[in-house]
Design a binder for this molecule. Structure first.
Ligand SMILES: [Zn+2]
Ligand SMILES: [Zn+2]
Length: 175
């Protein structure tokens, strides 16, 4: 039986050989579908950086058809396209900022930092007045014990957190 190679991107199969696979993968149709597939998962920010890093496609900009289309390694973006991307990046950043602010204020489904801290400290369900912006209150909870404060170089895990350090931590996206 001849082994067949199935390409997920193209939804096609053909008799497998190293050369046939190589030829397919370097083919225009495959490259195009491959690029389209991965473009769906890019953020606007990544797309913009990529476009700005590319050289302009000479064929496309001299008004000719570029047969590479979306798979062209050179940029086909017009000023208008770039502006649309820039707006998308802006909206993306705003959305990120909003969700961070919301969880800080506690009006999202995610538990707020304040509620979490309150729960840790008091062991109770929170309807808390504790504010992360109140420095004295923050320090009263997070200051190290007397003896430890005089130790010059504490290991990072023993340095008390600041509100900013907690709000600024970034969660990794996996996948
Ligand atoms: Zn393919
Ligand atoms: Zn091109």
């Amino acid at each position: 039986m001849v082994k067949r190679y199935y390409c997920d991107y193209c939804d096609r199969s053909f008799p497998y050989s190293v050369e046939a696979r190589k030829k397919h993968i370097n083919g225009y149709q495959h490259q195009k579908l491959w690029t389209l597939h991965y473009n769906q998962f890019k953020t606007a920010r990544e797309k913009l950086q990529e476009e700005l890093g590319k050289e302009k496609c000479r064929r496309f900009y001299s008004g000719q058809e570029c047969s590479f289309g979306n798979a062209c390694i050179y940029s086909h973006s017009t000023v208008g396209d770039l502006n649309i991307l820039k707006e998308e990046v802006y909206r993306e950043n705003e959305a990120k900022r909003c969700s961070k602010l919301q969880s800080e204020r506690g009006d999202s489904s995610e538990p707020s930092l304040e509620k979490w801290i309150f729960k840790k400290l008091e062991g109770g369900e929170a309807d808390t007045k504790f504010s992360i912006h109140d420095e004295t209150e923050w320090e009263s909870h997070f200051k190290n014990p007397q003896g430890m404060q005089s130790v010059a170089s504490l290991p990072p895990s023993l340095i008390p957190p600041t509100p900013d350090s907690l709000l600024e931590c970034n969660f990794q996206d996996w996948g």
